[in-house]
Design a protein around this ligand. Structure first.
Ligand code: ATP
Length: 522
């Protein structure tokens, strides 16, 4: 087993991210949409491996959130909803992002993201100070003490806090002039050209509009849903009654959402058409703090169960709360371009149900049979982008490994439970009856796992191809197989090869890729 190093340690972040994008294309994971017409900005297609990886992530989430919880059920509501839904939810009036243009470069940015990126740079300085101190103090280094007492680091933290709370206040008060003033005071420049010649900050609504109906006069204005959550709220009472659900209970769903994002330059991190996996948990008013903590912890455990490194996650509590929330945090992940939001956990109060009651004129209350009282439940939401999760898994798994013989190999170390192909079956040579046995093994295994048969090129090259493809096992049929019905099974990460009986293959693979054993780590 050689030395592993991640792409980021040998190249800068941009190069590493470019490698992720080109690997995703080369190995059939993600393609630019409509590529033959030069693509469509911020819209992507999942290819043969990508569709499997995406499905496996969705299943991993669904099993953890719906299947193993007695009190959470899943639905699949429509992308189109009655347009009043979006008046009630606040999206028509408030689903805006502050945009700013650079007059010289003509490039458009999100004003809040420019300021957040400025703060991220200060965080990089903090990280540098911590690394320096770690070196200086060695084993005696106490990180907690250092970051709370070192004057330079404390100053950096205070600076970030002041900037973010001023931005939060200004956005909350719709004081867009102050957002611009802040950008100017911080001397934030266009990241591409360095120009500081900015326009005013304006609000921009992110919803896509469309029309329903055959004739122009009778057509009804509709929106493509910008989140899946409202389909859950609108069905709250239907599900509660038909499922005889008792509070606390949850409704989950996965599905497409659409946002006309101002800036979308980060591959599948920010798309105009994307997929969400959301769960709304209905609770008794007054219990939201406990449930907020509960779901924060549960969701982090779900992420950690995939073994992608505890150090790559952190919580980020919101300064600026969305119009519906009384507490909100993000689970951030260390993407190739730094820590960014992967999942949001929001305490949404009774805002949504109350709004839908008001706009629809229908009661959306829960009747508690024990206390004989009716009330509007509070809601705790967990909301994760499936595509962002895909990017987190994919980018974290792509490593370049230096081997003992001074060569390198590219390995996609996907958590095996998520890998699109679980095993490749390889006849050592294309003769002597070996292909037939390999095909027989494939025929047996394919009912339980996604497996492939590969007989092209030398076996070493086939191993490399499967490593780069993220396949956890290679099963090789050789001449000994003809004698004793055994094969070698090679593990992607350790490259270790063991001789096993053909009849044991299914059990060995299941042990490694079974959702249950992975989720049990939670
Ligand atoms: P951001 O601040 O990055 O725009 P958000 O706070 O608007 O995200 P939410 O409305 O909380 O995001 O949506 C929940 C989740 O949906 C996010 O955590 C993210 O994983 C995902 N998501 C949101 N917008 C996009 C997008 N344009 N492309 C891909 N995923 C997205």
């Amino acid at each position: 087993m050689g030395r592993v190093f991640y792409f980021c340690s040998m190249t800068n972040q941009d190069d590493q991210f470019k490698k992720v994008i080109s690997h995703a294309k080369e190995y059939g994971y993600v393609f630019q949409s409509s590529e033959i017409y030069d693509g469509l900005s911020a819209v992507y297609d999942y290819a043969q491996n990508g569709a499997e990886l995406k499905k496996n992530i969705r299943d991993y989430w669904w099993t953890a959130m719906v299947q193993i919880h007695d009190n959470i059920v899943g639905i699949d509501s429509s992308i189109f909803m009655h347009p009043t839904t979006w008046k009630a939810s606040g999206h028509v009036d408030a689903f805006n992002d502050p945009l700013i243009d650079n007059k010289d470069s003509k490039k458009r940015y999100r004003a809040d993201v420019l300021i957040e990126d400025y703060c991220a740079k200060i965080e990089t300085k903090i990280d540098k100070e911590i690394k320096k101190a770690e070196k200086r103090f060695g084993d005696a280094f106490n990180k907690e003490e250092f970051i709370t007492t070192n004057p330079r680091v404390v100053g950096y933290y205070e600076n970030i806090k002041t900037i973010l709370s001023r931005m939060g206040r200004s956005l909350e008060n719709e004081d867009l002039a102050d957002v611009k003033a802040l950008i100017e005071e911080l001397e934030i420049a266009d990241p591409v050209t360095g120009s500081r010649n900015w326009t005013e900050v304006k609000q921009f609504n992110l919803m896509f509009g469309t029309k329903l109906g055959a004739s122009a006069e009778s057509a009804m204005d509709l929106y493509l849903r910008p989140e899946t959550a409202q389909g859950i709220f609108a069905n709250f009472l239907n599900v509660q009654k038909s499922g005889r659900m008792k509070i606390p209970f949850g409704i989950a769903q996965t599905g497409k959402a659409f946002r006309n994002e101002i800036v979308a330059r980060q591959f599948i991190f920010r798309m105009r058409e994307f997929e969400q996996m959301e769960m709304q948990f209905f609770i008794k008013p007054g219990t939201q703090k406990e449930w907020f903590e509960h779901w924060k912890e549960e969701r982090l455990k779900w992420h950690l169960s995939l073994g992608m490194g505890e150090e790559n996650y952190r919580f980020h509590d919101h300064e600026k709360m969305a119009h519906y929330a009384d507490a909100a945090t993000d689970i951030e992940f260390k993407f190739p371009f730094g820590f960014k939001e992967l999942e949001g956990i929001h305490s949404r109060t009774d805002f949504d149900l109350k709004q839908h009651e008001e706009y629809s004129g229908k009661k959306l209350q829960y009747f508690d049979h024990e206390t004989k009282e009716s009330y509007t439940p509070y809601v705790l939401e967990t909301s994760i982008g499936l595509d962002r999760m895909f990017l987190a898994v994919f980018s974290n798994s792509l490593v370049e490994e230096e081997l003992d013989n001074n060569t390198t190999r590219t390995v996609l170390k996907l958590p095996s439970v998520l890998a699109p192909v679980k095993a490749a079956i390889l006849p050592l040579v294309k003769k002597d009856g070996l292909p037939e046995i390999a095909q027989q093994i494939q025929d047996d295994l394919k009912w339980d796992f996604n497996v492939v048969y590969d007989d092209k090129d030398a076996v070493g090259r086939r191993y490399r191809r499967q490593d780069a493809n993220g396949t956890p096992f290679c099963i090789t049929v050789d001449h000994d197989t003809l004698e004793d019905n055994t094969v070698t099974i090679r593990h992607r990460d350790t490259m270790e090869q063991t001789r096993v009986k053909i009849e044991d293959l299914s059990k060995i693979i299941k042990n490694e890729v079974d959702i249950k054993s992975w989720l049990k780590k939670m």
